[in-house]
Design a protein around this ligand. Sequence first.
Ligand code: SF4
Ligand code: FE
Length: 484
Amino acid sequence: MSLMNAKQYEESLRKLNFKIYMFGKLVENPVDDPIIRPSMNAVAATYELAHSPEHEDLVTATSHITGKKINRFTHIHHSTEDLVKKSKMGRLLGSLTGCCFQRCVGMDAMNALSMTTYDIDQKYGTQYNKHFLKFLEYVQENDLVCDGAMTDPKGDRGLAPHQQADPDMFMHVVEEREDGIVVRGAKCHQTGAVNSHEIITMPTISMREEDKDYAISFAVPADTEGITYILGRQSCDTRKREEGTMDRGNQIYGGHEALVVFDDVFVPWDRVFMYKEWDFAGQLVEQFASYHRQSYACKAGVGDVLIGATQCIAEYNGAQKASHVKDKIIEMNHLNETLFCGSLACAAEGHKEPSGTYYVNTLLANVCKQNVTRFPYEIARLAQDIAGGLMVTLPSEEDFRSPEVGKWVEKYYKGNADVSTEDRMRILRLIENITLGTAAVGYLTESMHGAGSPQAQRIMISRQVNMNAKKRVAKKLSGIDVDE
Ligand code: SF4
Ligand code: FE
């Protein structure tokens, strides 16, 4: 089955034996849990769109291994057109779900591994690329979701992995067996982990020889024995447990992160993609991060939803004709399209690597992500400016439905006479959700820290610009001897 639909995806998750904790308790049925369900719905949208005649060109691709039609989230990019379609697919899904749809991390991990495993094999004569391609074919054939797990807890940031007081602060090998390895550690902030079939781990930083036990990459089924998920708390998350759904904001979708603990997990050799090749850890980190920095076209998609909601509330408030409101919405659009430009540009300027995989232009991918660390905050600020304070002082849905006080909420929170108070409340809740609630995790803080915090991109930008070429031309044009 190379292309699952949303229902089949949901059923496939039900078969997994996840060990997920939330509020101190084991979650018996994650798929139907009201807090987890919206994040599953968002991943399911990646399956649904693959069957939509309108979007299948973006959301499906042709496997370079089998020649079959597959979901683009399991595809290895084989042209700049593939890369551009990936950017467009991310924006599309963000603009339809209004949240993080989680499946990009696995796609980015697999594309990075398609290159790094090839390069390690070239240098050391190992078999990692063969292992990886076998795994990839399995993922493509079964249309699986993979969690691309990079971020280790890291302990004391001033110390290398081998110097940490607690050796488990970075994922490491604790036992080498004939049939595989046993690993221990954890991966933090794992987007979509509880909606994934497979977990692909990668090192989190560049390493030196002393850290070679930490230079590992592998893939295991998400319900492998020894793996425990502890769900991240999100602002306003328990609203999803309330009877009425209005206060959730987004009625259908959401994203979710988890701490994933690997307590002595066995990995067979054919699922190992890096083992102690410490000199390739930095390359894998950089390649995954660059692809994921491109992936943040998703933020322009979520921005589309926020801008749409802001235009609605301006109209519901009766303020849409005010020139400053119009101008602020133009500014929001300008910033949002600038985000998209970066993602498209790094894709269009991509190139072929020795493995055959197409890789983004890393300078432009870093510029893209640097903008993402800033612009969504400004877009959110403008949305809140136009929405007004009611967005955070609005009574609950229960008060709105109350036989005693509902009539006053209805009466005093009416704006434009043609719009119901309920619709005005609903759109305010959506803006609240994206800028302060559960979806703000993906739209704001993840924009800051996901795929590397802002300083990581600044370092890459400084490394990648050709300063000497710029200086040479400046000197030449001002009549300074260029050879000096
Ligand atoms: Fe994909 Fe964006 Fe979520 Fe990252 S934040 S997994 S790029 S939707
Ligand atoms: Fe992310």
